[in-house]
Design a protein around this ligand. Structure first.
Ligand SMILES: Cc1ncc(COP(=O)(O)O)c(C=O)c1O
Length: 388
């Protein structure tokens, strides 16, 4: 191939999600369970009132201006770090702003891994991990999120640095979450390794988890020196701010000097890739966190409940009709078990023919309850089971 780099991935890039999303949008009678965004009960994209009220206050010249540094505006970084860490982490930490959670994950990978290095992520996972791994020419191993022994085997099998991606709680697409006890075992495992381990926590959906989803952050106060934790946060999900492309990469480690060095490396990478972030988005989220925190929490609580009502109903009705789902705690999605990918494809098409639009994932079919109003969720599991 001319012009492009030697190690080009020549596989045609087809985003399966976007093609079925478009088909769903074009079908006026369809049930659209394809989206990765939260929709309200009227079928409109869910937005936080406080976010857009604050956004409207930003003057044109501030919106148009460059942000103050490639690493992001310092007030945004400080406020978003406090928001994410929630007073749980007394260990050293430093952050940069990123274009969404994706920018945080890509930066974590570019900054820590060389070509040929190993990345470990869930067997049934957000499809973009595979794209990021392939673009960086990484070796991949995958683990069963329901089986810690399998995860530990995969960790032990890696030669050299361990780079582990965990997307808990609200795993996309399973809705799986590790308990505090399981997190303790994971951190103990990484702490006990005789080599470097990077733990990338993809917490894109954490704000939609019920209970105390950040309890495990306190374990980051007891890391061994061989462990670096990278929290990848997404304003797309947390603030329903998808298109504004904002997130954060928060690094946690025992050695403050190392963190200075690491964030300097990430800042240089940022300068060399996106150069500068969406200034208005950073100004806005900083303002919401500083001045509208109570309003935000109230709206978030309502959004979380809206989602939970949908998933509780779907899971209950799936149980009643015998539709097998992967065990789910919280999140935007639930996934129907379909271990054989060939029959999954047939079933997925059958659902499309019946105007039910879902997303194919490895060994399953993802139902995006985030985009289906409660009245439409009612009876959906039964309809799917009949088609199966
Ligand atoms: C598991 C997971 N991580 C990270 C992201 C990143 O989203 P964004 O880049 O929009 O913040 C997504 C988005 O769908 C996701 O599903």
């Amino acid at each position: 191939m001319k012009f492009v780099r030697k190690k080009e991935n020549t596989e045609r890039y087809v985003d399966n999600i976007f093609s079925v999303v478009n088909a769903a949008k074009a079908d006026p009678n369809g049930i659209n369970a394809t989206a990765g965004c939260l929709y309200d009960e009227e079928g409109k994209l869910f937005t936080f009132k406080c976010v857009f009220e604050e956004e409207a206050k930003i003057p044109a010249a501030r919106r148009a201006a460059y942000a103050s540094s490639p690493a992001g505006n310092s007030d945004y970084i400080e406020l978003v770090s406090d928001f994410v860490l929630d007073g749980r982490v007394s260990n050293h930490h430093k952050a940069i702003a990123t274009p969404g959670g994706t920018g945080a994950i890509a930066t974590a990978v570019s900054s820590c891994l060389d070509e040929g290095d190993h990345i470990i992520y869930p067997k049934i996972a957000w499809g973009n991990y595979k794209v990021i791994a392939s673009e960086h020419n990484l070796a991949v191993s995958t683990y069963d999120v329901y089986d810690l022994d399998d995860l530990f085997e995969k960790i032990d099998a890696v030669e050299g640095k361990v780079f582990l991606v965990i997307n808990s709680p609200c795993e996309n697409p399973l809705g799986q979450a590790y308990s505090l006890d399981e997190w303790k075992k994971i951190i103990d495992k990484l702490n006990s390794l005789n080599k470097e381990a990077v733990l990338l926590c993809d917490i894109a959906y954490i704000d939609y988890a019920n209970g105390d989803p950040k309890a495990y952050f306190s374990l980051f106060n007891e890391l061994s020196d061989n462990v670096l934790v990278l929290l990848c946060a997404s304003c797309s999900k947390a603030f329903s701010y998808y298109g504004q492309r904002l997130g954060a990469l928060i690094a946690i480690h025992n050695d403050e000097g190392f963190l200075d060095h690491y964030i300097n490396l990430c800042s240089r990478l940022a300068r060399a890739t996106w150069s500068n972030l969406n200034n208005a988005a950073m100004i806005n989220i900083a303002a919401v966190l500083k001045d509208r925190r109570e309003d935000y929490e109230r709206e978030l609580t309502a959004a979380r409940k809206m989602l939970k009502d949908r998933s509780e109903l779907f899971i209950r009705q799936a149980k009643d009709c015998g539709l097998e789902l992967y065990t789910s705690c919280d999140g935007f999605f639930v996934t129907i078990v379909c271990k054989d990918n060939a029959s999954r494809d047939q079933f997925h098409q059958k659902l499309i023919d019946a105007h039910i639009y879902t997303i194919k994932v490895n060994q399953g079919i993802r139902v995006g309850l985030c985009s289906v109003p409660l009245k439409t969720v009612d009876g959906l599991a039964g309809r799917i089971k009949e088609l199966m």
